[in-house]
Write a protein that binds this ligand. Structure first.
Ligand SMILES: [Zn+2]
Length: 267
């Protein structure tokens, strides 16, 4: 089965020292595309360094809601500059996190707005993180409000590591979103993601690991790696009653559509 990992933080320090082996294992498992998103200035620059060393990877640059109150003007300037770099295929990850609230909500909202503006300006999709405390949906509703401000011309968006009720997914799909599913879908309280997987059009679904976080069942608890995206992809194929090989071809096609990968850059 062909695989993609639409969200994988390979620049995280847990991959210092063995990123080449991790990538070889991913290739062995069938992973053909990996998007490496930044979360602040350092990790955005580090994503670009990784793409230089492994040209089959793609980079995204942006500021995570956890870091919203921690980036200074110079950090943001660096990110906004590199957003125009042709190696950068998306803006992110950004979004809202009302569960852990590592940055105040007002700072998260202004951070989200400037990341979305950068996505619009560059024409690159925004990678969006969105989490509320379990059983709640304030962050999801706030994210929908922020996107509706753009009216009939919203930025292109990928909802990363999907979490939320079914009607939120329906509204996001109406806004043109692509929905990416991670190992979070297997956790208690995230049962609605299975319904979202069944409902989403085939060309609006991606899979990811969010490595080194969120291992799926059977994955290593201490550090998730991109090869484990196969567990989530098989689960998606099962839920949709799709042949895994067919799903794999679709995942690659959807990934390429999202990042508008230039012809000739494939491994
Ligand atoms: Zn992430």
């Amino acid at each position: 089965m062909r695989l993609v990992d639409s969200h994988c933080h390979l620049q995280a320090d847990r991959f210092d020292g063995d990123v080449d082996e991790v990538l070889a294992a991913a290739r062995e498992a069938g992973v053909e595309r990996i998007l490496v998103p930044g979360w602040n200035a350092w990790s955005s620059a580090a994503a670009l360094d990784l793409v230089d060393r492994h040209p089959w990877l793609n980079a995204a640059v942006g500021v995570h809601p956890h870091d919203a109150a921690k980036v200074d003007d110079d950090d943001w300037e660096q990110i906004a500059q590199s957003a125009r770099d042709p190696r950068v295929v998306a803006i992110g990850e950004t979004g809202l996190d009302y569960d852990r609230v590592f940055s105040p909500i007002l700072a998260q909202l202004s951070n989200l707005r400037r990341n979305l503006a950068l996505a619009v300006e560059t024409g690159k999709p925004a990678i969006l993180h969105c989490r509320s405390p379990q059983g709640e949906r304030e962050a999801q509703d706030a994210l929908l409000r922020e996107l509706r401000i753009f009216g009939s011309d919203p930025p292109r968006i990928v909802i990363h590591s999907y979490s939320g009720p079914l009607d939120y997914a329906v509204e996001m799909l109406e806004l043109g979103a692509v929905i990416s599913v991670s190992g979070l879908a297997f956790r208690e309280g995230e049962e609605s993601t299975a319904d979202v997987v069944r409902l989403a059009p085939a060309d609006r679904l991606l899979v990811e690991t969010d490595s080194p976080f969120l291992p799926p069942p059977g994955g290593p608890r201490h550090r998730n790696t991109p090869e484990w995206v196969r567990v989530t992809a098989s689960w998606v194929a099962d839920l949709r009653g799709t042949d895994p090989d067919e799903l794999g071809d679709q995942l690659v096609a959807t990934y390429d559509e999202v990042v508008s990968r230039p012809v000739g850059s494939r491994p």
